[in-house]
Design a protein around this ligand. Sequence first.
Ligand SMILES: O=C(O)CCC(=O)C(=O)O
Ligand SMILES: [Fe+2]
Length: 197
Amino acid sequence: MPLQPLPLPAAEVLLDPSFLTPAEAAALLAELTASVAWQQTPIKLFGKDIMQPRLTAWYGDPEATYTYSGLRLEPLPWLPTLQQLRMRIEAATGTRFNSVLLNLYRSGQDSMGYHADNEPELGPAPAIASLTLGATRTFRLKPRPGVPAQALSLPLTAGSLLLMRGPTQQNWLHALPKTARPVGPRLNLTFRLVMGG
Ligand SMILES: O=C(O)CCC(=O)C(=O)O
Ligand SMILES: [Fe+2]
């Protein structure tokens, strides 16, 4: 099934709930959980170093250096599996990507707060392709103050591909909240094009 646009004003968000088959998604979850160089990275919040509530890793072309939550990240060289996924996702989205940020949410207690992926390195209208493996978690989108629209909750299932592009980051924030439901691990890959590195 191709990517379908979601009815979100002042945004361009497209979803393919079954970009990968369940079997492909399960195999990739097992492989990437084991082979990715996961790290738990501290971030500065109100002057204090606290651990991010998830594991992360950053792979890409050598020039794709990126500042994320105040951290300068040097990409690790592509794993063959990540290269293959990048090419499939480039073909499906008609967009070029030079890097991928991976997030591993070990349980319902791991999360990501509201933010926009609007770092200068991503340019004025970034395209971000987000592939989900593992447990279904709720992805939330809410309009920035002054943008007349309603928040949206989107359960992202294993094998789904979400594409955010155009004015989405300018007008909306997104988050992956904690859940009290017992859930297994969720692995998310966000493919990005980092400019001018
Ligand atoms: O895990 C997700 O679905 C969201 C990840 C995300 O927003 C990010 O990596 O910037
Ligand atoms: Fe994000």
